[in-house]
Design a protein around this ligand. Structure first.
Ligand code: B12
Length: 597
């Protein structure tokens, strides 16, 4: 008898409306839009040196002009905990770059995650490593020291404080406000009211739409679903879905950024071409491909040059208004200082000059072709998601329902259910991607390689011990966790998955219920010690006594720090009774000790 293949499990059906929205009632979207628009009477785009210097009403106008002239523009990211230090950076970077004969055109502002909570609720809530502004005056003061366009990106739209932060950013002269991408994946620690967050986001976008000048609603795709799609076509489809909501339903202008996870120059350029077709509004910036950076600065320079060149070629061949973003190579080690930001800007400007000589050598036809595939697949994904949601009973004429449904379904199921790729049960989402996204595939391969490198005896001992690890990420960063799971799986260690943005209480409950032998946490947002302390308190309450391993970015800004920069807290983490891990192998060593008991 020949062995018959085990049939693939049936694809789960799209949930119906009741499963997606279990609340007895949702807020009235029309009323939210009316409230948001009414706020525009008192909250309008204020003056700032950038608008005055370039004689434009908004940054979108500047971008259109720059694109028409094929001018490659530059973005820098700033945001130190202390606003005074950020103001100093605002002035000094612009001044030093100007002295070298160049210009930095826009600053992306890194607010702290704490700014995502409504103002009255910030006290005592977790903080990351970013900037904390105390009120509208701080927002305004920040943008005055030099004529650089203010881009208030993270921890604005898509978070509970969306309305108040948007009002403040408008007053500061910002005509590019984000980051809608965060809405789809981000969850503030200890905050569960998704409906409130969605309502505030709808209201804030309505306020933006009612401005007398064009204000771009920025979305960083990598911050949203895109980092977790295995198919670039789905990433493009996400652009179309966001445009349906922001433009079609709320009447604002949508603008997209991508780049952190787009490592391969050909598909990076191809995506840029596809995006220019899918969204003709001026783009905000193309983000640095920071996942290509390594701990050695000299090695990271290759990553910097490689992605910048692709982005410069994109702007030279099909200008889209996107500024390029030379992220300092030290970003992987710490929040870059002023000197490092200036060096990266000068490096990029020199590369722009040198790129002129490369242009005759380049043939962009293959990028055009792949871009066309991404666009075709993206349109299919867009249509299939819309059809699927309609079948489920979601009202696609209601921005609140549309947003909430996408967020609740999440990237994995959206791709599984509606992805344009042909079905293939051996692939991570059960589909063969139209154009594969490289990062996730690389992580899986890296995990398998770490597992394979274990000595046979250690591997057998681990497999024989039938250990269970409770695995979670403390914040939105999921790659560390994916790498953990990709390493543990081939060794035969069961992972009890608590997901991302996992609160300490949820981790402890899952570990206890699942009978975990240890907890393995990945953390990146700069509150490693605070998290471990909260976790230890929950474990004590639940009388759970198992080892805790934590890896990722083990740092935190000390209370009362005068440099605003985070410091390593591995020693304090060890003192509080958890194991601070620098690499995956540190966990495997710990597990080997557990297996030996
Ligand atoms: C990818 C990335 C993102 C992606 C995450 C995609 C995803 N879904 O995971 C995106 C773009 C969404 C993102 C967003 C943000 N990010 Co980010 N991000 C990074 C980046 C580039 C790489 C981190 C990563 O995933 N590495 C891959 C892992 C597998 O490798 P690794 O880091 O080397 O980890 C090794 C070990 O630590 C170990 N490990 C990891 N976890 C664990 C756990 C255990 C138990 C063990 C044993 C080992 C272990 O495994 C690896 C191999 O040895 C870093 C910068 C950098 N280059 O490191 C910034 C960084 C982590 N991000 C940062 C920040 C602040 C943010 C934001 C909060 C704000 C912002 N303005 O960017 C937002 C989050 C907001 C949001 N989205 O809502 C900061 C954190 C600052 C700090 N703590 O000092 C960093 C360091 C950038 C910086 N210098 O400012 N980010």
């Amino acid at each position: 008898m020949t062995a018959t293949a085990i049939p693939a499990p049936p694809r789960p059906l799209v949930p119906d409306r009741r499963a997606l929205f279990p609340e007895p009632e949702l807020p009235d979207a029309a009323a939210l839009i009316a409230e948001g628009r009414a706020l525009a009477k008192d909250h309008r785009v204020g003056p700032c040196p950038f608008l005055a210097e370039y004689g434009v009403a908004c940054e979108a106008d500047f971008k259109r002009k720059a694109a028409a002239e094929k001018l490659v523009t530059l973005h820098a990211q700033i945001g130190y905990r202390d606003p005074a230090r950020s103001r100093q950076a605002w002035a000094e970077i612009a001044e030093r770059v100007a002295k070298a004969g160049h210009a930095v055109h826009r600053y992306g502002i890194c607010l702290d995650q704490n700014m995502g909570y409504p103002a009255g609720r910030r006290e005592g809530m977790p903080r990351g490593t970013g900037m904390i502004l105390r009120g509208i005056e701080d927002f305004v003061a920040l943008t005055q020291p030099a004529p650089v366009a203010p881009h208030y990106g993270d921890f604005m739209l898509g978070l509970p404080a969306a309305v108040e932060n948007t009002q403040a950013a408008l007053a500061a002269g910002a005509t590019s406000i984000g980051n809608l991408g965060q809405y789809f994946t981000y969850r503030l620690p200890l905050w569960d009211d998704e409906v409130f967050t969605t309502a505030q986001t709808v209201k804030a976008i309505a306020l933006i739409a009612a401005q007398p000048v064009e204000v771009l609603v920025h979305s960083n795709l990598d911050d949203g679903f895109v980092a977790l799609f295995t198919d670039m076509a789905c990433a493009l489809g996400a652009v179309l879905l966001e445009r349906d909501i922001v433009e079609g339903l709320l009447g604002a202008r949508s603008s997209h950024c991508f780049g952190h996870t787009f490592s391969e120059p050909l598909t990076r350029l191809a995506f840029q071409y596809a995006l220019a077709e899918a969204n003709p509004n001026p783009g905000t910036m193309i983000y640095g491909n920071t996942v290509s950076y390594r701990d050695e600065e000299s090695v990271s320079y290759a990553g910097l040059a490689s992605y910048l060149m692709a982005d410069i070629v994109g702007q030279r061949t099909r200008p889209s208004g996107h500024a390029i973003n030379p992220v300092p190579v030290t970003e992987t080690l710490r929040i870059p200082d002023i000197d490092e930001i200036v060096h990266a800007q000068l490096f990029a400007n020199r590369l722009i000059e040198r790129s002129q000589g490369w242009m005759p050598l380049l043939d962009t036809q293959m990028a055009e072709q792949i871009g066309a595939d991404i666009l075709r697949g993206g349109r299919q994904f867009h249509a299939r998601v819309r059809q699927g949601l309609t079948n489920a009973g979601v009202d696609l004429g209601n921005p609140l329902e549309f947003l909430l449904a996408l967020r609740r379904i999440g990237p994995k199921r959206l791709e599984e259910w509606f992805g344009p790729g042909a079905e293939d049960r051996d692939r991570p989402r059960g589909r063969r991607p139209v154009v594969p996204a490289t990062t996730l595939v690389e992580l899986e391969t890296q995990g398998r390689a770490i597992a394979a490198s274990l000595p046979e005896a250690q591997r057998a001992a681990l497999a024989g011990a039938a250990l269970k690890a409770c695995v979670a990420s403390t914040d939105v960063h999921e790659y560390g966790k994916i790498l953990l799971e990709s390493t543990l799986r081939p060794i035969g260690i069961e992972a009890i998955d608590v997901g991302v943005n996992a609160d300490p209480a949820a981790v402890v409950a899952a570990a206890k219920q699942g009978g975990a032998d240890c907890i393995a946490l990945s953390t990146f947002n700069g509150f490693a010690l605070h998290y471990v302390e909260m976790l230890k308190a929950e474990m004590k309450k639940a009388r759970l006594d198992i080892p805790v391993f934590i890896g990722g970015r083990l740092n935190q800004v000390p209370d009362g720090s005068n440099t605003s920069l985070p410091v390593d807290v591995a020693a304090q983490i060890e003192e509080s009774g958890a194991v601070a891990c620098r690499k995956i192998e540190d966990l495997l060593d710990g597990l080997a000790r557990l297996a030996a008991h």
